[in-house]
Design a protein around this ligand. Structure first.
Ligand SMILES: Nc1ncnc2c1ncn2[C@@H]1O[C@H](COP(=O)(O)OP(=O)(O)OP(=O)(O)O)[C@@H](O)[C@H]1O
Length: 265
């Protein structure tokens, strides 16, 4: 039985969810991402690490076309989600972002009630047909974000009135409410205290049972704790990508080694 489970697990984690090939990103004349090739696996947590300014967030934002919102930003190359080119003219970026959700560094709940923060996505994407169905989605999402018990008696209170850690879990609930296939997290714990960080990390581990999670982090301890794959970026290049344990214990590139041992960054 255990062997069987192991087999299922390893087979599961070899499915490619997002594939990037020869991706270049420019901000005006500045070349921020240089020829990046990477396959992001389904039902896996992938950590992007590297020194400040190396392009982690820029590359993350390519994966759900958030860079489209930055005028001077130009993305080249090919990125596919389940084999389909996400930069194809036919693809609606708003629909794409329902499939590839995002959680930002600073919790940013809408100035609305806790309920409405979570209900917003399913409503605008026409994913629910009745108030009962919406109630169900809201409850399920808040449970998945490990927030339900703390807020179930005050769903109409403003989301901005929650603590920082609760607000970040509310943003995670909002992101999972549209049933995304991939969740992008840009330093989701940087504004949180150690207890809230531990809660969010635990949550990330649970979320990967359902979908692919990509997390940008400055904390190597966090990358080691939550991820199964790690990508090390340096000066816009993807230097090394592989199993987290291997990257941290036996990196193949001297730049990765310098970074993880604290010599650069
Ligand atoms: N909106 C923007 N306009 C112009 N240049 C930008 C913009 N965003 C990022 N850059 C530049 O692109 C490069 C990569 O930045 P990015 O924020 O992706 O790095 P990062 O690795 O996520 O950094 P950090 O760890 O400090 O958040 C940097 O040189 C940065 O100055």
């Amino acid at each position: 039985m255990n062997d069987m489970r192991l087999m299922e697990r390893s087979a599961m984690t070899n499915d490619v969810k997002i594939s990037a090939s020869q991706v270049q990103v420019f901000y005006g004349e500045s070349h921020a991402i240089k020829d990046v090739n990477v396959d992001i696996l389904d039902k896996t947590v992938t950590a992007f690490i590297g020194p400040s300014g190396c392009g982690k967030s820029t590359f993350l934002r390519c994966l759900n076309r958030m860079n489209d919102t930055i005028d001077i930003c130009r993305v080249e190359g090919r990125i596919t989600l389940d084999g389909e080119d996400i930069y194809d003219r036919e693809v609606d970026p708003v629909q794409l972002r329902a499939r590839v959700g995002m959680v930002f560094q600073k919790p940013n709940p809408f100035p609305k009630s806790i309920y409405d923060n979570v209900a917003y996505g399913p409503k605008i994407h026409g994913q629910v047909r009745s108030r009962d169905e919406l109630d169900e989605v809201v409850e399920k999402s808040l449970r998945r974000a490990a927030l339900w018990d703390e807020v179930k008696d005050r769903l109409s209170a403003p989301g901005t009135g929650l603590s920082g850690g609760q607000q970040q879990r509310l943003c995670i609930a909002r992101a999972v409410a549209t049933s995304p296939e991939v969740l992008l997290m840009d330093e989701p714990c940087s504004a949180l205290d150690p207890i809230a960080t531990a809660q969010v990390e635990e949550l990330i581990d649970e979320l990967r049972e359902q979908f692919s999670v990509v997390i940008v982090t400055h904390s190597m301890q966090q990358a080691a704790r939550v991820s199964q794959r790690t990508a090390f970026f340096h000066l816009g290049n993807l230097v090394e990508y592989g199993e987290t344990g291997q990257i941290f214990t036996n990196p193949g590139d001297p730049r990765t080694e310098s970074y993880i041992t604290g010599r650069i960054g």
